[in-house]
Design a protein around this ligand. Structure first.
Ligand code: A3P
Length: 290
């Protein structure tokens, strides 16, 4: 099966790497400079492996006031397509508004028409070590991504941003620059874990949607790890084999905080810490994992 790994290639677009399969410079350029953001768009934005699919599910359920029939009947990538892939862009362009859209793009490559619009962005971020470990495992499963190789070299790629969508550090710093804007909400994977109910309430408030306590509970329950894992519309088990090798693992792998401790050595952990500390000094923020 190594032919798949060997066939996987990345190309740089404005200094950021993207997989060759289902991405192209033309699409990225279109998304950046021609894609028309609507005032009623809601964007689910993340660096990969930060809880994208979880937030996608929460937003889908909020849209339906907690009623799970939509998430049980429509595939998640049709409910909130990734605007930067060829397939996702096609879906987004024929999506009847109001649209729910997903993107992993760093801010500098995000549609320019977002600026000045009323569109809302929910940015979910997660502890870098857990992102690194989740990405390491998922890179063996997702055929769009190169085989991660040994963890030590993968860690180096992560720190230098030589992975699809570039550096986690640049991604987070770029998007967090929007903190304080009324159409931007930042939430962490760790907060979602610690208090899913209150997190959903905050998201509803941000979206101007006041759901009853019962409806909020329904959102939380239907977006839980176990429920999502059992829902073939949400667990990406329906993703075609050319995208994903389902025999090697699944998207909903563990769904916990701190799994990096099972993979990174103390020395490797310290290397991430060093890069993180340096980066943190420039950002005036405290994260729940610190
Ligand atoms: P792990 O690999 O650590 O298990 P993304 O959707 O951005 O690709 O992120 C995938 C990660 O989010 C995976 O982490 C996955 O298990 C976790 N995840 C997905 N849905 C979740 C949920 N409902 N609750 C908790 N974690 C979830």
């Amino acid at each position: 099966d190594d032919s798949w790994a060997m066939a996987t290639q990345y190309f740089p677009y404005k200094g950021v790497l993207f997989p060759c399969f289902d991405y192209s410079p033309e699409t990225l350029s279109y998304v950046e400079s021609q894609f028309q953001v609507r005032d009623d768009d809601i964007f689910n934005v993340t660096y990969p492996k930060s809880g994208t699919n979880w937030m996608l599910e929460i937003l889908s359920l909020i849209r339906c006031d907690g009623d799970p029939s939509w998430v049980r009947s429509v595939l998640n990538w049709d409910r909130a397509p990734w605007i930067e892939t060829k397939t996702g862009l096609a879906t987004a362009l024929k999506y009847p508004p109001p649209r729910l859209l997903t993107s992993h793009l760093p801010l500098q490559l995000f549609p320019r028409s977002f600026q000045g619009s009323q569109a809302k962005v929910i940015y979910t971020l997660r502890s870098p070590k857990d992102v690194l470990v989740s990405l390491y495992h998922f890179s063996k499963v997702l055929r769009l991504y190169k085989d991660p190789g040994p963890i030590d070299t993968f860690l180096q790629d992560f720190l230098s941003g030589s992975l699809p969508y570039g550096s986690w550090f640049d991604h987070v710093a770029g998007w967090l620059g929007l903190r304080g804007h009324k159409n931007f909400l930042c939430i962490t994977y760790e907060e979602l874990q610690q208090d899913p109910w209150d997190s959903v309430r905050r998201i509803c408030h941000f979206l101007g949607k006041e759901l009853s306590e019962q409806h909020i509970s329904s959102v939380v329950e239907n977006a839980s790890f176990q429920t999502m894992r059992g829902n073939k519309m949400s667990n990406v088990s329906q993703l075609p084999d050319e995208y994903m090798d389902h025999s090697k693992g699944q998207l909903l792998r563990k769904g916990v905080c701190g799994d990096w401790k099972n993979l990174l050595s103390e020395e490797q952990s310290r290397r991430v810490d060093a890069a993180y500390q340096e980066w943190m000094q420039a950002l005036d923020i405290t994260f729940p994992w610190d």
